[in-house]
Design a protein around this ligand. Structure first.
Ligand code: G6P
Length: 372
């Protein structure tokens, strides 16, 4: 039946605020890490364990926001599971000559499970002899789930807003589980690590709720962004794809030109664009890269750029002239991307409200691109 808006003004707003529930549902009932979590349907039941033992690489194929969840997962898969991982835009992969390796796990990521390029990329990989396929998908009855050997169904529920929000965070939850299951199959997950990661995952809904409570501060930022024509987003490591997703959200629903860069690339080009008219959003959790990021921030300040910093509990960055800081309540370690994307969603949503653009149906865009 029709999805009710309830107390919300827009589906995107509703879907942003549903994220604690969506992530909780996606992780519900998981008592321990096991490849069986990824078993396919019917005759594929029981096959994940064998597949995980057989493969020694991962190839992720996706489009749009789903591509950025794949980019995030690459950092997890190489760091935690030690598995070489390649992430490719589906429309690129399907049309280029590539070198197939049958010991690859091909992972497609899709909210709808019907995106034409992602389906075609999957079939292309299969035609090259890569039979081990897995999808992280939000629609259990989709073509993607039917055509993949293994599947993990996210439980975001129907996503109506064209700009993806809860599908992204639930994909990340599913991809983190996949990372742990592959790490386990490769003998790289100790019982202590498993218990620690499970505990952190169970705490995610509460942590997401406390990030959503930052909304009033993001409304203030949005008032400034609504006056701008351009914005730059910076991140490093796990949060580089989050910066990309933040820029995509802003483009999609506010029509403000936004670009994201790996912060280390700043001096190789985008620094030339920085003036006082260019807001620079920095995703700055307190991880091993924070000191590097701080020097990138100084480079921006020295050119008069205005910084909007998403820090977290332990980041010692203070608001000052030209530096606006919002502090997330906790530092969340490797799961931090799941939290840091939320303020970026809220920033875009409120900037769109301030500009009066059509949040749920941005011009020229479709929810699901099922034709080429
Ligand atoms: C469209 C939507 C995006 C989505 C992308 C991929 O561009 O507007 O929100 O990320 O398709 O869709 P999928 O269903 O494959 O995740």
């Amino acid at each position: 039946g029709a999805v009710e808006l309830g107390p919300y003004r827009h589906y995107m707003q509703k879907e942003i605020f549903e994220q604690p529930r969506a992530v909780a549902d996606t992780l519900e009932g998981i008592e321990g890490i096991a490849p069986e979590l990824f078993d396919g349907q019917g005759e594929q039941a029981g096959s994940a364990w064998r597949v995980f033992k057989e493969i020694d690489r991962v190839l992720i194929l996706a489009c749009g926001t789903s591509y950025y969840s794949g980019c995030t997962a690459k950092y997890w898969l190489e760091d935690i599971a030690g598995i070489p991982t390649q992430v490719e835009i589906a429309s690129e992969y399907r049309y280029r000559t590539s070198v197939p390796d049958p010991r690859t796990l091909v992972v497609t990521i899709s909210q709808s499970g019907e995106t034409a390029d992602t389906l075609a990329a999957l079939r292309h990989a299969q035609s090259l002899g890569m039979t081990h396929t897995l999808t992280i998908c939000n629609v259990a009855t989709s073509a993607m789930v039917r055509e993949c050997e293994l599947a993990y169904i996210t439980r975001a529920g129907a996503e109506i807003g064209v700009a993806s929000t809860k599908a992204f965070t639930t994909q990340l939850a599913g991809l983190f589980l996949l990372t742990l299951a592959l790490a386990q199959a490769k003998g790289k997950l100790s019982a202590e690590d498993e218990a620690r990661h499970l505990k952190d995952m169970r705490h995610l809904p509460v942590a997401l709720q406390s990030v959503l409570a930052l909304e009033p501060q993001l409304i203030q930022w949005a008032e400034a962004f609504a006056q701008k024509d351009n914005a730059l987003f910076l991140g490093r490591g796990l949060h580089y794809p989050i910066a990309l997703e933040g820029a995509l959200k802003l483009k999609e629903i506010t029509y403000i030109h936004a670009e994201a860069y790996a912060a280390g690339e700043l001096k190789h080009g985008p620094l030339a664009l920085v003036t006082s008219a260019m807001p620079v959003v920095v995703v700055a959790p307190n991880d091993a890269l924070l000191e590097k990021l701080k020097s990138n921030m100084q480079e921006v300040r020295a050119r008069g750029g205005v910084l909007y910093v998403l820090a977290d509990a332990d980041t010692h960055i203070q608001s000052s002239e030209g530096v606006h800081v919002i502090r997330l309540p906790e530092h969340y370690g490797v799961l931090s991307p799941i939290l840091h994307v939320v303020p970026l969603q809220l920033l875009s949503y409120h900037t769109a409200l301030a500009k009066g653009t059509d949040v749920d149906k941005p011009r020229n865009l479709a929810k699901s691109v099922t034709v080429e």
